[in-house]
Design a protein around this ligand. Sequence first.
Ligand code: SIN
Length: 326
Amino acid sequence: MTKSRITVLATGGTIAGIAGSALRHDYRPGQIDIAQYLSTVEGLGLEAEFTGHQIANIGSEDIGPKVWGPLHSAISLAIADPACDGVIVTHGTDTLEETAFLLDLTLPTDKPVVLVGAMRPADAVGYDGLRNFANAARVAGDGDAAGRGVLVVMGDRVFAARDVRKVRTRSTDAFRGYPRGSIGLVTPSALDWFGAPWRRGEAARFVYSDQLPPVVILYAHAGMDPDLARRIVGKDQRGVVIAGVGEGNLPNAVRNILIERRRDGVAVVRASRVDEGLVDREPEDDANGFIAARALNPQKARILLQLLLAEGVVDPAAMQTTFDGR
Ligand code: SIN
């Protein structure tokens, strides 16, 4: 059997974390470097050859444009290299869904790109990182993984970047897909896809930009002080995503402030703080010039809005069409 050639780009997180004791709950993410990590992986005897590069070694709460730029460039180089069959990105799980979605929107789909993390540090009892990594290697080396966009492998499941979200703070079964659940099941020795690839040979949907415009997320709640909206959504913001109550609803006084901001040119997207469910367009969105996030949660809606703004798209109807298509 020919071994697949996989480029591994490491960014840190719990998968590279150390507690210092097998029983300790607290730990430091991003402690093991990629050379050390791959020497442990070597012992697993996987049907793959790995080339590792360290992009960062940090907790994913600190990941943002400063890491996304070098990461995007390194993935682009790897997938353009005929000697690379697929890419694995190791990443903290806390913001993994945001990085995955950004890459999904800005990379072509002709080679597998798989993000993977762990919920337990490397020296914990029941470390899940090696199994997740072995599963990710199986997916990244599978020809059928290309054409499904950027993928996330966690807890023996494969998720599409658009759907994946972290839903548990501790369990190793921490990720779920919405609206599609997992699109495949994987173990180190088996891989089953649910359905055929749907994006074969597709170019990147957006040009990656290092200059993502400022967009804030405003979290709605009972008893919300409308002045909060005025303070958070300043005139320096290009957009705001509201993590609305229920189906993207917001208090009247807050809505009125956002209508004012919209008139100043700030893009307004209504998403929901509820874990699952669609936020559909309502008749008053037309009058207000608001956009409905559909199935995207607030953090993913923010990424899509930033990319649209970076490409100079400002018309709410054109933005809505893009949100509808995601
Ligand atoms: C992080 O996101 O870097 C810490 C948590 C994790 O990786 O599970």
